[in-house]
Design a protein around this ligand. Structure first.
Ligand SMILES: Cc1cc2nc3c(=O)[nH]c(=O)nc-3n(C[C@H](O)[C@H](O)[C@H](O)COP(=O)(O)O)c2cc1C
Length: 184
């Protein structure tokens, strides 16, 4: 955790990525669980997702989903979305504008599934019915014959950082070619 307040935009942006990288491997990090907002027609949709990997070089965040989920359909129609996360320990909120792609096959997906299938969360991608399907009872239906595993890659287009602090809240906005402090 960072103890003193950062004064440099450049260092702050690097610190955001450092914390995202930590969050991807630390289940206790506040940013491990994010809210992913997508667009469905003329409506907004949002849900919780777990951060699986953060890649600072290409500015990408990775998530897993059932390939049949509404979010996957929505991303197919409109790849742009927003990720929101809060860390109480840092007292930092991030709002990330992202452009997303979904992969359901290829060597990267296969190697990730090879790891996930050995864990309890494999069941999340082996459900007999698609997410959101109506069920006659709360009982979970039989497993699907094959996995429905998808990897969502979110390329970060801009970072909107807010820090809550007793000495005054602060905000900074980073995009590809611009970085600035902003009124919170
Ligand atoms: C704590 C928590 C973590 C979750 N993590 C994920 C996740 O990593 N990926 C995912 O697809 N859904 C995850 N979910 C379920 C989603 O929030 C959502 O209910 C589900 O994916 C269906 O969303 P959709 O119909 O908008 O696609 C999580 C839910 C909770 C409560």
């Amino acid at each position: 955790m960072l103890s003193s307040r950062i004064e440099s935009l450049h260092i702050l942006e690097a610190a955001c990525w450092q914390e995202l990288e930590k969050a991807a491997t630390d289940p206790a990090h506040g940013w491990r669980l994010m809210t992913l907002a997508t667009v469905q027609g003329d409506e907004a949709d949002a849900r919780s997702v777990v951060l699986r990997e953060a890649r600072r070089g290409p500015q990408e965040l990775l998530f897993y989903s059932d390939a049949r989920a509404a979010k996957v359909r929505q991303i197919g129609q409109q790849p742009k979305g927003t990720l929101v996360m809060w860390s109480k320990a840092l007292s930092w909120q991030l709002r990330l504008r992202v452009a997303m792609t979904v992969a359901t096959d290829g060597p990267d997906v296969a190697s990730r599934w090879a790891q996930v299938r050995l864990t309890r969360s494999a069941a999340d991608y082996l459900a007999g019915a698609a997410p959101g399907s109506e069920l006659p009872s709360p009982l979970v239906p039989e497993r699907a014959a094959r996995e429905h595993f998808a990897v969502i890659t979110a390329r970060v287009l801009s970072i909107d950082w807010t820090e809550l602090h007793v000495d005054g809240h602060r905000r900074a906005i980073f995009s590809a070619d611009h970085a600035t402090w902003a009124q919170p």
